[in-house]
Design a protein around this ligand. Structure first.
Ligand code: ARG
Length: 282
């Protein structure tokens, strides 16, 4: 296990977040667009709702402001709010889904943002799955590509927001969005910190990550396999899967406070805590 000692001792501070979520009112697994989804196994809708309520309650207990976009019938994956947009101080970028099954979510999110003072929302020309693949870490904007969002979208986002995107290629279909392979632990530009599963990236991207974050926390297969990387951090508390026990230990050693939240029913759609959470940074 490669972890470096320097940031492990850093003092951690919680920053209040403003997040957007979407209740799993119409959640189900009726199509399969990632390896986690199995349309043959029925989803326990009540359980999914109770787990999602639990996630929301944890955010509120941690002092975060939670806003909720109304769920739209016929859009079961809308619960994964991270894919709804990328909202930064430089502007809001909407999304364009690769799969037609999710296409309708794009306007639902864009309109909600515009109605709540977070517009204008740029409607992308290229496939772009929002914060699932575009993660802000201090002054860096990391862009995943290989499965959903394309490199063309990274260039488009650069133009719209006027800030560079570092493109990282994902190579393992289980980790099809960047937020399934990498957790932003601290997005403070003074001391940015990330954790990632190296096996999810191609060699060139691993080198890029090593250069950008030489002290990053590296996670193992056991963590990645339970979608452990799909976690939400406020700089101190890290909301993650209770199955990611090794990851929780690593986080503790680094000064973070792991906050386990069971979202097993939502994992059936291929998402965890981060997938259900869009951070509004304006
Ligand atoms: N079923 C959804 C899909 O395949 C899950 C999305 C998970 N979201 C995320 N940010 N990783 O698109």
């Amino acid at each position: 296990m490669t972890t470096t000692s320097a940031p492990a001792t850093a003092a951690r501070t919680a920053h209040p977040l403003r997040v957007l979520m979407c209740a799993p009112e119409h959640f189900t697994v009726s199509y399969e667009i990632n390896p986690w989804m199995d349309a043959a196994t029925p989803v326990d809708v009540q359980r999914a709702r109770a787990q999602w309520d639990g996630l929301r309650a944890v955010f509120e207990r941690l002092g975060h402001a939670v806003e909720v976009v109304p769920a739209v019938p016929g859009l079961p994956d809308m619960v994964y709010a991270a894919n709804g947009a990328l909202v930064t101080p430089q502007g809001s970028v909407g999304v364009r889904f690769l799969h037609p099954e999710r296409a309708g979510e794009a306007e639902a999110y864009a309109r909600w943002l515009e109605q709540h003072g977070l517009g204008p929302v740029h409607r992308p020309v290229h496939v772009n799955e929002g914060e699932g693949d575009l993660l802000v870490v201090g002054e860096h904007l990391l862009g995943g590509h290989g499965f959903r969002t394309g490199e063309a979208a990274h260039r488009e986002v650069e133009e719209v927001l006027g800030r560079p995107v570092t493109s990282l290629r994902l190579v393992d279909p289980r980790f099809y969005h960047l937020d399934t392979a990498l957790t932003v632990l601290d997005d403070d530009p003074e001391h940015p910190d990330v954790a990632y599963f190296p096996g999810a990236f191609d060699e060139a991207s691993r080198r890029t990550l090593e250069e950008l974050f030489p002290h990053a926390l590296l996670t193992d297969d056991a963590t990645a396999e339970v979608l452990g990387m799909n976690a939400v951090s406020d700089g101190l508390h890290v909301v993650l899967s209770p199955r990611a026990q090794r990851y929780a230990q690593q986080l503790e050693q680094r000064g973070y406070v792991p906050v386990p939240v069971d979202l097993s029913e939502l994992l059936r759609g291929g998402g965890g805590a981060k997938c259900c959470t869009l951070v509004l940074r304006r």
